[in-house]
Design a protein. Structure first.
Length: 129
């Protein structure tokens, strides 16, 4: 995969991790005494279990090698985008930058297949006339 495509895919992973941490530790739930609690304070470490799905959908395209990486990148980006749009009125909007960044990475993956080719390292010779 081209270097830029890799960077964009890892950017999507970083965006997902940041959104997961924001969702887990942002005080969202009000108590009767006026204090707010985060999801982590209410649920503990189990709050991260559903957050593994968006992380997996951004991590898989960054780690896949071979011929199917373009297809995998677009499928994972589409599923994550659909998930974000489905949950857009709640916490899905926080994850929305990840499929956008992943889509740029998938597009760049398709545009730069030449960088994946192995180049034979032998001296150049003038062709016979």
């Amino acid at each position: 995969m081209a270097r830029q495509a890799k960077l964009w895919q890892w950017g999507a992973v970083a965006s997902t991790v940041a959104a997961s941490l924001f969702f887990a530790f942002m005080p969202l739930f009000a108590q009767p005494n006026g204090a707010f609690l985060s999801a982590y304070q209410l649920l503990g470490w189990t709050v991260f279990l559903p957050l593994l799905l968006p992380l997996a959908l951004t991590l898989v395209p960054a780690l896949v090698r071979g011929r199917r990486r373009l297809l995998v990148a677009w499928v994972c980006t589409g599923v994550l985008g659909l998930l974000c749009l489905t949950m857009a009125l709640s916490w899905g909007i926080v994850f929305l930058p990840a499929p956008l960044i992943g889509a740029v990475g998938a597009y760049l993956t398709g545009r730069a297949p030449i960088e994946d080719e192995e180049i034979a390292d032998k001296p150049w010779r003038v062709p016979q006339a």
